[in-house]
Design a protein around this ligand. Sequence first.
Ligand code: ASP
Length: 328
Amino acid sequence: MKRRNFLKNSTAATAGMLSAPLMISCKTENEKKISSSNEKNINPIVICTWNFFNASAKAWKVLSNGGDALDAIEQGVKVEEDDASNQTVGTGGRPDRDGKVTLDACIMDKDGNCGAVLAMQNIANPISVARKVMEDTPHVMLAGKGAEQFAYEKGFKKTDLLTEQSKKEWLEWKKTSQYKPIINIENHDTIGMLAIDKNGDIAGGCTTSGMAYKMAGRVGDSPIIGAGLFVDNEVGGATATGVGEEVVRTVGSFLIVELMRQGKSPQEACEEGVKRIMAKNEGRNDFQIGFIAINKKGETGGYCIQPGFSYRTYSEEGHINNPSQSFL
Ligand code: ASP
C-alpha cells in the first residue's frame, strides 16, 4: 500500500466512527442542496483561465471519453506547459532576474489530496511532478533542488526551459532591470483549470513560470493550495491568475470556495474575492488578478481587476471564451 494511502486509511479507521455522524450533522442546508443537485444532473465541463483553447480542448477530450477530472486537468494544462510560445508557463517561460526559469504548479483532487512543486528548474511538466508528489509521497510540497531531484527519480528528463526568445527579452530587460509588470501582457498567462467529470467529481490544477524577472527564489500563489487553487468536491473549485502576492494575502481560491459554500454563485464569489483584494489595496489600480470558479452544479464564474481577462469553458454545449467583467 502506498504510504499516503496507508496514512489516510489508518486515520480514517481510527477517526471514522467518531467523525462520520458529526460530519452529517454539520452539513448546512446549502451544502445539502449543492450535493443533492449534482446527484441528478452530471454534465462534465472544464474551465480555464484565459483563452487557452488547445488546453481546454485536450481536457474536454479526456472528459468526453469518460476520463476522470484529475487526468483531464493534468493532460489539459500540459498542453500549455509544452507550448514554448507561451512565455508564462513551462518551457519558454520567462526567467527570473538571474536568467533561470523556475516553475511552480499544483494539483488537487476530489478527495482533497494535493501536490505541488515550487521554484523547480529544468523539468518541462511541473504539473505531472506535482501529481507525483501528491500520489507517491507523504508530502504536499517539494521545492527547488529537492523537487528537481524527485522528478529525476520519477523518470522526468532534464530539459533546457529557456528559449531563445525568452533569453533575448531577458537580456533586453537587464539593460534597465526595471521590475514593472505590464498588466495582462507580461506576466499573466498562468493556466488554472477546473474540471468536473462524469461522476460529478471535481479536480483542479494551476501551473506557471511566475512573474517575469522575479527575485531568485520568489514563489507566488500558483502552487499554494488555497491561494492559486482550491477544490472542495462538496462545493466547487476556484483558481487564480495575476499578481500572486495579492492572491496569497487573501488566500483567494479558498475564500471563493468558502463563499460558494455559504451560498454565493461562482460569479458572486469571484466578485467578492476581487473586492476583498481591492479593499486591501485602496488607491492602487496598477495590477491584475483574475479568478475563475465552478460549483458542483457546473455553474461557472470569473471576475478580475482590470479589463482584458477572460476564461474558457468547454462542455457538451460547446466551447466559449468568456470575457470577464472587471472591478475597474
Ligand atoms: N500568479 C502568478 C504568480 O504570481 C503569475 C500570473 O498568474 O501571472 O506567480
